[in-house]
Ligand binder design. Sequence first.
Ligand SMILES: [Zn+2]
Length: 83
Amino acid sequence: MTGSKEPDELSEEFLKSLQDDDPFGLNEEMETVLFECADCRKEDDVPDFVVQDFQVYLKKNEEVEIECPFCGGTIRRAKKSPK
Ligand SMILES: [Zn+2]
């Protein structure tokens, strides 16, 4: 090893990797809700605050429906059946 890497270069790469992974430092605290598409059956993690946003306009017994990012259908909160 020649040890030719400049310290500046290292920290620049480090900062860049931080930005790529988690630009706002939210990942650790952000809760997500699992949604499942009724059409293509794909699953998507929707941030909890987005779900709350939709919930505001609904009655208590209504479910949040979001447009599926994969097929344009409707995704709803996934029903997890505990076994
Ligand atoms: Zn879909």
